[in-house]
Design a protein around this ligand. Sequence first.
Ligand SMILES: [Zn+2]
Length: 262
Amino acid sequence: MLCANPEAGFLHRRLGSESQRAKTGLASFEPTRKSALCHLIVVGGHTRSIGKTQLVCDLIATFPDERWLAGKITQYGHGVCAQNGKDCDCAPTEHVVALDWELPGRPLTKENSDTARFLEAGAARAFWLRTKQGYLAEGMPLLRDALAAPRNKANQGCADLNVIIESNSLLQFVKPSLYLVVFDASREDFKDSARLMLDRADVFVHRPGADESDAAGSRRLQLPSKLLREKPSLRQRLGEPLPESLRQLVKRVLESPPTVTI
Ligand SMILES: [Zn+2]
């Protein structure tokens, strides 16, 4: 019988060629497809609500011409659906990842979502990658596709791909151009994913409390003091402009050739 479905025909041909390749051995495997080369800035922090999203927005707004591709990665707790962040009765291995683009006029959430704030700050595009806890590996192909999506015409052939992502866990999978870690010593909660990645931080951004020294706060959070001494750190209260030293550092990164691929 003739196959009328061109896609099915393609599948047959592909399967045929794959079985031929299997006979010839490992040498015929294709390398995994990678994202475009990019500048990648990752913003993490030890817990929620300490101004990680604000730091992403500050960076986007400080460099308004960079056509940022901005994203946020959220890992939900065990048993929680990645599609809607709630219990939707899906099996543990169902709905493990979801990636959505924030578009003007079609908000991802009713309230002012973090990705909407990225667009308001001036990002060209913004996405939200959600996974069940421990399933970020399954989300990486979606992220790779997001970073390989066709560039729009205004961007073609000139600008580099500039990506900024709010996450700690992404550090398990990629070495970014820059990893900024936000600390607020008044908040004691410390995510394991953040503690694990502390050594990878390029700069610590402290959110100073009203009545406590940075040193006292660091002791209370049990931050490794050697790490803190060795790494550059700076202070920025919420609402203050991006510190000049950080602006200079990011400028140097953006001016250097893009080297990160996912
Ligand atoms: Zn579900």
